[in-house]
Design a protein around this ligand. Structure first.
Ligand code: CO
Length: 141
């Protein structure tokens, strides 16, 4: 019997690490006319975030809250900031995880979903499996 696995859906967001979220927000607003949300602090993820909506997806600017934030390490290697991850929607994270394991791809952490910035379960995939790109999968029901 062929197993039916879930495949990626819409691109939900592109996340960009920045050293100064107010400076970055101001530039996106002034130069690109972007509609930038008020900053939100997400202590459980170690970041301050703003959301920039566009007709087909979102950009999230992420500033580390402290030295322990995973974004801090990224900024040590990329002091001006840079693309941190892309996030695809999936309808069934469990099925997506089974498919990843079946082809030998690695889910970061303990392999179990965490609750992401939008209140939905998410997993992150090992960048070396995907051309150096950190991919987040978010379950959207
Ligand atoms: Co994300």
């Amino acid at each position: 019997m062929t197993k039916v696995y879930s495949n990626i859906g819409r691109l939900n967001h592109v996340a960009i690490a920045v050293p100064d979220i107010m400076l970055a927000s101001d530039m996106w607003h002034k130069a690109l006319g972007a509609n930038v949300s008020e900053p939100q602090t997400l202590p459980e993820h170690g970041v301050k975030v703003v959301f920039i909506d566009s007709p087909n997806t979102k950009v999230e600017l992420l500033e580390p809250l402290n030295e322990n934030s995973p974004i801090s390490n990224f900024l040590k290697k990329n002091p001006n900031g840079g693309m941190h991850h892309i996030c695809y929607e999936v309808s069934d994270l469990k099925s997506a995880s089974l498919k990843l394991k079946a082809v030998g791809a690695t889910i970061l952490g303990n392999g179990n979903p965490k609750i992401g910035a939008h209140g939905n379960p998410v997993i992150f995939l090992k960048p070396s499996d995907f051309s150096g790109t950190l991919i987040e999968l978010e379950e959207i029901k």
